[in-house]
Design a protein around this ligand. Structure first.
Ligand SMILES: [Zn+2]
Length: 444
């Protein structure tokens, strides 16, 4: 009996951080396909949400759409003791800024902040887009349902707010409706500018752009595949950092890539029925999305979206041509799939907002030695740290070791040359920060 007991104690301490958290499953179960369907339908019924469309009407155009989105966040807030700070963020974009801005326009985002209890100025962001378009990007009057592109992402963001507002988090979560995407990423650019001015500490942004189509133009149908796009390294890196990469590695280990790996791992753990595909690109080939302004400013950001796009249902005038029904209409959205991708966002925002910040400095050493050595800066609020490593050709952090509440550690027998390494901070409930790739070198 005593033997059994001590075994149980050993097991419970050993597996403290290998366990899953029931709250994460509760969050997955709380996301509703019906509510997403209702919200996508509401957004579609505004006729067009083109950035340059009507702002006066109560029922049509982007003005009515953004007022509805704001009121929806406010409604959610009343059910959680005013837990959301809901505001507009406005930027005037002048006619001729690019060819798609054919008149002066106020680009208006809707921002809902769920303030963190411990790190109120640290943010994880989920975004969708308010605006839509048809074949001609300057046509702001034609019927433009934008059901999948991107009412799906917007509805998912609202639904995530409904679900996560039932919980308290240490870091802040922002639910963000962006405008001006189709005209040239204006909403994101404006928001990033003000975030920089305010000195926001942004963990990262999950840009959701088209999360509802399961039937590819190539005929492939899958309601479990989805893509996580991430750029390799930030465009803001310095010449010195670029040079360091030649000697110490990091070509595929920028901050956005670590965020992508975080999502990938969490989905594999909590939603094993899904097939997350990490794509080692900023975005689709030659195409854009609203995470890019964040990446441009040096913030981590990824794009989460369907795996199999249908181009006859994006940016199209509604019409039938050669027997093909063009248009981004409601009928093509799979709401249960949008529910799943919304859950992907929600569990990752929850995990990050429950986790302590990542260590700022991570030093690595072990040149010409049979072991790898690490030193890192202490994180207030962390109960311990995890060292990760992987083969240099592997996309995922395949090996890890929890090392407890220390700020240095040596992995004996693990030769520095043969792996890539990183370190995360672990909180009291086992939630982890994003992995930090070493950013300093220890010489012997
Ligand atoms: Zn689009």
């Amino acid at each position: 009996m005593r033997k059994l007991l001590s075994l149980a104690i050993i097991l419970s301490t050993t597996f403290t951080f290998a366990q899953t958290d029931q709250r994460v499953y509760d969050i997955i179960n709380a996301v509703s396909a019906e509510r997403i369907q209702k919200d996508v339908t509401t957004l579609v019924n505004f006729g067009t949400r083109h950035t340059l469309s009507d702002t006066i009407s109560k029922t049509k155009g982007i003005g009515a759409a953004r007022r509805w989105i704001k009121s929806e966040f406010e409604k959610i807030s009343t059910t959680c003791g005013d837990c959301l700070e809901v505001t507009y963020h406005r930027d005037l974009v002048k006619k001729g800024e690019n060819a798609r801005i054919v008149k002066d326009v106020e680009v208006v985002n809707v921002v809902a902040i769920q303030r963190g209890t411990k790190y109120p100025d640290r943010y994880i962001i989920m975004s969708g887009d308010i605006d839509s378009r048809v074949s001609d990007p300057t046509n702001f009057t034609s019927e433009s349902p934008g059901a999948n592109d991107n009412a799906s992402g917007m509805a998912g963001t609202i639904e995530a707010a409904r679900v996560l507002s039932k919980y308290k988090f240490e870091s802040s979560i922002i639910y963000l409706g962006l405008s001006g995407e189709e005209q040239g990423l204006f909403g994101g650019q404006g928001l990033v500018k003000s975030a920089k001015e305010k000195g926001w500490d942004i963990i990262g942004i999950f840009n959701n752009d088209m999360i509802g189509n399961i039937k590819g133009v190539d005929g492939i149908i899958s309601n479990t595949d989805f893509r996580i796009f991430s750029e390799p390294v930030p465009p803001t890196e310095t010449e010195r950092e670029r040079n360091m990469r030649r000697f110490y590695g990091g070509e595929v280990d920028g901050i956005s890539r670590q965020l992508a790996r975080y999502v990938h791992k969490n989905v594999k753990t909590y939603m094993p029925e899904m097939n997350p595909m990490m794509i080692y690109r900023l975005d689709r080939f030659g195409r854009g999305g609203h995470h890019r302004p964040f990446n441009d400013a040096g913030y981590a950001g990824i794009r989460i979206m369907e795996a199999h796009e249908n181009y006859t249902q994006q940016h199209q005038d509604i019409r039938v041509e050669d027997g093909i029904a063009y248009g981004d209409v409601l009928e093509h959205v799979n709401f249960d799939y949008a529910r799943k991708l919304t859950a992907v966002n929600a569990i990752n925002m929850a995990s990050l907002a429950w986790a302590p910040p990542a260590p700022k400095e991570v030093k690595i050493g072990g040149i010409v030695e049979p072991s790898s050595k690490f030193e890192w800066s202490k994180v207030e609020g962390a109960v311990g740290y995890k060292i990760y490593w992987r083969d240099t050709t592997s996309p995922t952090w395949d090996h890890s070791r929890y090392v407890g509440d220390v700020t240095e550690f040596t992995l004996n027998g693990i030769v520095i040359d043969n792996y890539f390494f990183g370190i995360s901070a672990v909180g009291k409930d086992g939630f982890e920060s994003v992995v930090v790739f070493p950013n300093a070198i220890m010489r012997n």
